[in-house]
Design a protein around this ligand. Structure first.
Ligand SMILES: C[S@@+](CC[C@H](N)C(=O)[O-])C[C@H]1O[C@@H](n2cnc3c(N)ncnc32)[C@H](O)[C@@H]1O
Length: 245
């Protein structure tokens, strides 16, 4: 089973209706949405919220983008799971919004998006993109679709030396977390924060803001629950702009 099929199955097995999904999506993305809103106010003050072009990468049901649609933004959502985007569309229509939907694998080098965006957001996608070439394709996709002063706001998990690995998982030298699904599949890439900074630099970004949250523990998977939080990965929140050539 590919990672794409895995996510598609997870979304397909959803039994809740749009009203319950919207509550969950809005609640879980509230903290990062506030951070994205603050970042837009600080680093993109010349643009109004009304009609601001926003793209949520790896959106799932698009909870983060929904907060921004409520501010007046024109929101597009990208995910490689058609069911996730179908559910996002139902969730948004409850509030009268119609997001632009793009089914695409962001790690594929040939993906192109229909327009450029003032604000691109990523809530927990980057650590799902595993190999170096896929990560570079993803970061280039973001860079190429930012308007000249546009910002990329993301939250991702980073390694903190100690990491508990439950049965059914393994963690390799390239900081890839593997899960056993009958065969080993790579499911997360948990870089050290310094390696992440280097990667962003090499991909052509200026790092406008980069904060390591040691106290914010990331649960990589539901099988990691009930483990002391100091041996979970930590979180980084960041704001990037493209380097001028
Ligand atoms: C960890 S979930 C995060 C979902 C949502 N952003 C949130 O914060 O709740 C990762 C999402 O990214 C999508 N995804 C993972 N890899 C992807 C890829 N290579 N291209 C496009 N979407 C991807 C999955 O389908 C899933 O919806």
């Amino acid at each position: 089973m590919s990672l794409q099929e895995y996510y598609e199955d997870c979304y397909k097995s959803e039994r809740r209706g749009p009203t319950d999904m919207v509550e969950d999506a809005v609640y879980t993305s509230k903290g990062l949405a506030n951070y994205a809103i603050e970042s837009k106010i600080k680093f993109l003050s010349s643009k109004d919220w009304q009609g601001l072009k926003v793209l949520e990468m790896g959106s799932g049901r698009g909870g983060l983008g929904l907060h921004l649609a409520r501010m007046g933004a024109d929101v597009s959502l990208v995910d490689f799971s058609p069911s996730a985007l179908e559910q996002a569309s139902q969730v948004y229509s409850l509030e009268g919004f119609k997001p632009n939907l793009v089914v695409a694998d962001v790690g594929h080098p040939d993906v192109a998006l229909p327009e450029n965006y003032d604000l691109i957001v990523d809530s927990h996608l980057l650590h799902c993109v595993i190999s170096d070439p896929e990560r570079l394709s993803y970061l280039q996709l973001v860079r190429e679709h930012l308007t000249p002063n546009g910002i990329f706001v993301a939250e991702t998990m980073v390694h903190r030396k100690k990491l508990f690995i439950p049965d059914g998982f393994m963690f390799d030298q390239k900081n890839t977390l593997w899960q056993m699904f009958g065969e080993w599949k790579p499911v997360r890439r948990i870089l050290d924060s310094l390696d992440l900074e280097q990667e962003l630099n090499t991909a052509g970004f200026n790092i406008t803001y980069f904060m390591y949250y040691a106290n914010y523990a990331f649960i990589p998977h539901k099988n990691f629950m009930e483990i002391p939080s100091e041996i979970f990965p930590a979180a980084v929140r960041m704001v990037l702009q493209k380097k001028r050539s």
